[in-house]
Design a protein around this ligand. Sequence first.
Ligand SMILES: [Zn+2]
Length: 242
Amino acid sequence: MFPQASVLLHGELNDFLPEKRRGRPLTIRLPEGERPAVKHILASLGVPPVEVGRVLLNGERVPLTFGVPPASQIEAHPYGRGLSPRPSGGESPAFVLDNHLGRLASYLRILGFDTLYRNDYQDEELARLAAGGRILLTRDRQLLMRNAIRYGRWMRSKSPREQLREVVEHYALQGEIVPMRRCPRCNGLLEPVAKSAVLEELEPLTRLYYEEFKRCTVCGQIYWRGSHYERMKRWLDEVLSP
Ligand SMILES: [Zn+2]
C-alpha cells in the first residue's frame, strides 16, 4: 500500500478539475517518506494556490505550506465572493493582465482601475509586475502557479463581458468605480482640460454641444461625456447589474 491522502475541493476550485472528477474526494499518492506541502498537492491537481482561501486537514485548519502526513483528509475551500484578497494598502487594487485579455483591460480602465496590459508581455515580466503589488488576471493557470504570484485569479470565461463581471464581483469593486479617470487606450490618468485648449481638435458638433473635456496625460487622447460615453455607461450598468 502506497502512502496516500484524500483531497476534496469545494465550490469553484472544482473548475480546475476535469468534469468527472469534480465534487468528490480524490485519492492522491504521496511520495515515500516525504510530507509534501498542501500547496504542492493542490498544484499537482491543477489548482493555483493563490485561489485557495482555506485548507482543513483532518478537520483542522492548516496553512498552505503545511506538510501532509499519509492518510490525511484534505479539504480546500475557495475565497468567498467579494473576498478575493488584494495587495494591502488603502487604494483601489491595481491589475496586470495577460496577453489574452485586451478587451478586459480596456473595460477595467474605463471603470477607473489601474490596469497594465500589453500584447507582448512575457511571462517573466507579468510575474514581476504581479509580485510588485498587482493582481494578476490570466487565462493561463501555469502562470498563476508561479511562486512569485501572491494575488491573482484565473479567468473562467473567454467572454470579456463575463470576465469583467467576474472581476468586479470577486474583488468587490462595485463601490470603487470612477469613470473618466483613466484612458482606456493606454491606462494614463485623465485630467480636465479647458475647451479653449482643445478647440482645434474637436469635430464641429462636439464643439457645439459639449463644454467639459479631459485629456490623457500620457497619449493626449481627448474625452468628453458624449453619446459614446452614454452608450458605454448603459452597457456597463447592464453588465454589472446583479
Ligand atoms: Zn492615453
